[in-house]
Unconditional design. Structure first.
Length: 283
């Protein structure tokens, strides 16, 4: 079994030495360490992974010891994770299946060490897919009048299933600030990178009409400001006048599902740190 600490604090001399000494002096074996200093903010970031086989501090006490001995003196914020604890991920989806299929195929193949206890949708089209993969499906239709009530039901389901992460796999509803306050940096979304130039219901149509040469996708954490949360992953592909509207949409969907899956995978591997509206992505 291994443990991972993700941490950040004001940059100062001796932080790496202090943290590694904490692990070494308690008979832990460090297997991965990455660090980054943001010179603009004077902030130090680090991800450290170590083996717990001979570690002297009981697992349930590690956080308390680390807080007292290191985090408090260095004004450090940290999160501690254990390899035996698989992230529990809920998927929200509407009518488009490409991102949902990609996530479920990666999960079913065993590539992702995560659990998917439920799928939530405001439409019924994706229910057969959920049933095919043996995952409980919850249909919660949303109207202007029912939005608050249905969102409360969503949060009840997430709490009951002990969900750690919500993935919006082309879920075409805006989550309220109340919802997001319960899951800070734990809701991941995907959108085409045409925003804001090609906002609206049919961005690929607008982009095709403008004759764009590059299309892209952005995976990010969701905040109360629409499509403005910390960016996790992005990618682009080139297109040309030879691409029809159909091929543009197909290429865009391919890119969306790949970029979303990359972002989710980074999160469940505990390789992301957020600070302000930026992310540090460890390799």
């Amino acid at each position: 079994m291994t443990a991972i600490i993700l941490m950040h604090c004001p940059d100062m001399p001796g932080i790496v030495a202090k943290v590694t000494e904490f692990i070494h002096s308690n008979r832990g074996n460090i297997v991965a360490l990455e660090q980054h200093v943001d010179r603009n903010t004077g902030r130090f970031f680090m991800r450290l992974k170590w083996e717990l086989g001979n570690f002297m501090i009981p697992k349930e006490k590690i956080s308390d010891y680390f807080q007292t001995l290191i985090a408090t003196p260095y004004k450090m914020e940290f999160d501690l994770y254990f390899s035996e604890q698989k992230p529990r991920m809920a998927i929200f989806v509407s009518k488009m299946s490409h991102c949902l299929y990609d996530i479920l195929s990666r999960w079913e193949s065993g590539d992702w060490q995560a659990e998917i206890p439920l799928i939530v949708s405001n439409h019924t089209e994706m229910q057969p897919i959920a049933e095919r993969f043996g995952i409980p499906f919850h249909y919660l239709p949303i109207t202007r009048d029912s939005k608050a009530q249905q969102e409360a039901r969503q949060m009840e389901l997430l709490h009951h299933s002990a969900v750690d992460l919500v993935v919006l796999a082309r879920y075409m509803q805006i989550l309220s600030s109340n919802f997001l306050q319960h899951y800070p940096n734990r809701v991941i979304n995907i959108h085409h990178s045409f925003l804001p130039a090609f906002a609206g219901a049919k961005p690929y149509h607008a982009a095709w009409e403008r004759g764009v040469k590059i299309i892209g996708a952005t995976c990010h954490y969701v905040t109360a400001e629409l499509d403005a949360g910390p960016i996790i992953e992005q990618d682009v592909i080139r297109v040309s006048h030879k691409d029809s509207l159909d091929t543009l949409i197909r290429k865009g969907k391919d890119l969306e599902k790949i970029v979303l899956s990359r972002g989710v995978f980074l999160h469940i591997q505990r390789k992301l740190l957020t600070y302000g509206n930026r992310t540090v992505v460890f390799g």
